[in-house]
Design a protein around this ligand. Structure first.
Ligand SMILES: *Cc1c(COP(=O)(O)O)cnc(C)c1O
Length: 234
């Protein structure tokens, strides 16, 4: 792995400090303890040396959205928690189940089943969140509200999966507050059936505050920690 420059470490440390202050302010405004929220650093498109630098700064949870890239970084940086947050095709599930500690983007029963199979084969227990669509556009990923209970059930009955909660990405051009309020309602419905599935993965660099306001337990943060991405990173 390329050695990370001192300048880059200092930049990441400054980004992390600024983000932490912003998160503390969001928690204070929402009257929630900071300890309820896990920060997942989304390192897609950035090198494993940045992951290593963030580890030295105390970050322990990392997110990726493509199997090949995620797999390589997880192999390079063991001893942290890896979260898979991207669109998931059935044929990638076997690979993802070998390194992901949590998968946030389960949006079809066939993906739940394939992950369960992969996790069993790898002898691992994988946390899974059902991704809910907040804009009803299947092209952007996420299950429609009516489909969530069946997907959750498929996860809950798999011995090697642990149903942890819901994930969502706010719609492109709509009010994130309203969207995350709907997500909170869906999360309450899920918890009624599955009491331990109380995680809500919501909030990215641009919509942290409304997500924290509406109960996010996991925020997935790329740009605010690592800087701008080249175009492929979305
Ligand atoms: C890239 C990505 C993020 C992080 O986005 P930023 O706006 O850079 O913070 C969060 N969640 C998912 C699913 C992503 O693909």
């Amino acid at each position: 792995m390329a050695r990370v420059s001192d300048g880059r470490v200092q930049q990441l440390a400054a980004n992390l400090a600024a983000f932490e202050a912003r998160l503390m302010a969001a928690c204070a405004a929402a009257e929630r303890p900071r300890s309820e929220i896990t920060v997942v650093a989304v390192t897609k498109t950035f090198p494993a040396s940045d992951v290593a630098a963030l580890v030295t700064l105390g970050v322990g949870d990392f997110g990726e959205n493509r199997d090949g890239e995620a797999r390589a970084k997880a192999a390079a940086i063991p001893g942290v928690r890896w979260h898979f947050v991207g669109r998931l095709q059935r044929n990638k599930c076997r690979s993802v189940a070998t390194y992901a500690d949590a998968v946030h983007s389960v949006d079809r029963i066939e993906v739940a089943d394939a992950l369960a199979h992969g996790a069993a084969r790898a002898g691992r227990l994988v946390d899974v969140l059902v991704q809910a669509s907040l804009d009803g556009d299947p092209a952007r990923g996420g299950a429609l509200p009516a489909d969530i209970p069946g997907i959750a059930e498929a996860c809950a009955r798999a011995e090697c999966l642990r149903l942890s909660g819901l994930m969502a990405v706010a719609p492109m051009d709509a009010d994130p507050d309203a969207a995350f309020a709907r997500l909170a309602e869906m999360a309450a419905a899920l918890v009624a059936d599955h009491p331990r599935a109380d995680a809500i993965s919501a909030g990215m660099s641009g919509d942290l505050e409304p997500a924290v306001r509406h109960g996010a337990t996991h925020v997935r943060v790329g740009t605010a920690l690592l800087g701008g991405r080249t175009p492929r990173g979305r």
